[in-house]
Design a protein around this ligand. Structure first.
Ligand code: PMP
Length: 355
């Protein structure tokens, strides 16, 4: 080993779902929204004043922070924005999880959490979900250096009731509890109202799923002013200008069209319901989904082989080769047409594999 190599930080990175660029592929692997962003976003993009690119953007991301504060009935000091919720969550780990005590998150959950913990040298423990993939709130009633979990959870799509979320927050007022609500608009009840009651609660959401803007990278956190100030202080110590001018303007635009937002959500929920029925008829089982994906398994059918066969036909779903979940596929809800193509394939594939 060369001397300089000894001083390199070694990390095992998070591996995102693949992003193939094939013309006729059916992409149901990274929980993107099959519908485009609100029409006003396209219009704002077309009329965008590129002369603005000469200047640095507002480091406080004012126009987007204000738009979010308006949308959720908050003060601007209660909102933080970042480059996707991944950026917001990475900042939050760095800002809040410094006690040296283990941070707690479920064994089956968003796999980025352990990557950030490793990156920053934060100790962590992962209480196991129960056999139905539910979070056992009692597992979080012990000394810890912070708590984070997605609600609805990923990749299971299962939501936890608000009173259970509140119990976890209330019993842990000595540490920061982060509820990662990347999928909350598709189902489940947001913990946002609880930020007025609990100083230790941070709620994180994203434009990537329900607002169809994964490509623009916008995420945000909402919590009491002391938490948001601490996040901003860390951000300003890292990079003053995380949010580019385009994201600020187009993000604000997306928030203006509540009708389109609701309409898109309803379409996805209707397709999810239809997809659940089709999957059940084909012999799949799955936890009750509340997000824009279904976590499905078929007794007697090997999930990895099915994943590979689908991939061969340019139908992409997500497979996790991990303990307890290696017989499941995480299937994003696409359009009705995309789901029909998936079901046509499954019907054919399973003909040789009857129950
Ligand atoms: N949290 C969860 C639970 C997710 O599944 C994702 C998507 N990979 C994210 C956060 C991050 O999403 P984004 O950075 O696009 O906001």
């Amino acid at each position: 080993m060369k001397p300089w190599e000894a001083n390199i930080r070694r990390v095992t990175p998070y591996v995102p779902g693949e992003q193939p660029k094939k013309e006729n592929m059916i992409k149901l692997n990274t929980n993107e929204n099959p519908y485009g962003p609100a029409p006003g976003v396209k219009e704002a993009m077309e009329n965008f004043d590129t002369d603005l690119f000469r200047l640095y953007p507002d480091p406080a991301a004012g126009i987007l922070v204000d738009a979010l504060a308006g949308r959720y009935g908050l003060e601007r000091g209660q909102v933080f924005v970042g480059v996707g919720s991944d950026d917001v969550l990475a900042m939050a780990f760095l800002t809040f999880f410094n006690s040296g005590k283990p941070v707690l998150f479920p064994d089956i959950s968003y796999s980025f959490y352990s990557v950030w913990a490793e990156l920053y040298g934060i100790p962590y423990e992962r209480p196991a979900l129960d056999e139905d993939f539910c979070i056992r709130k009692e597992d979080y009633y012990r000394e810890n250096g912070g708590i984070i979990f997605p609600n609805p959870n990923a990749p299971t799509s299962l939501a936890m009731g608000l009173s259970d979320v509140e119990d976890i927050v209330a019993k842990n007022q000595e540490s920061v509890v982060i509820v990662d609500e990347a999928y909350i608009d598709f189902g489940g009840e947001s913990a946002l109202p609880l930020i007025q009651k609990y100083e230790n609660l941070l709620v994180v959401q994203t434009f990537s799923k329900s607002r169809s803007m994964a490509g623009l990278r916008i995420g945000y956190a909402m919590g009491n002013e002391a938490l948001i100030k601490a996040l901003n202080d860390v951000k300003y110590s890292f990079n003053s200008y995380t949010m580019n001018q385009t994201s600020l303007v187009l993000g604000r635009e997306a928030l203006r069209d509540e009708a389109y937002f609701k309409e898109t959500l309803e379409k996805i929920k209707a397709t999810r319901k239809r997809s659940m029925e089709r999957l059940s008829a084909l012999g799949f089982v799955y936890p009750e989904p509340s997000a824009n994906f279904i976590f499905a398994s078929r007794p007697g059918t090997d999930a990895k082989a099915l994943f590979m066969a689908l991939r061969e036909k340019d139908i992409y779903v997500r497979y996790f080769d991990a303990p307890r979940i290696d017989q499941y596929l995480r299937i994003t809800i696409g359009t009705d047409e995309q789901m029909d193509a998936l079901f046509r394939f499954l019907e054919d594939y399973l003909r040789k594999d009857p129950l």
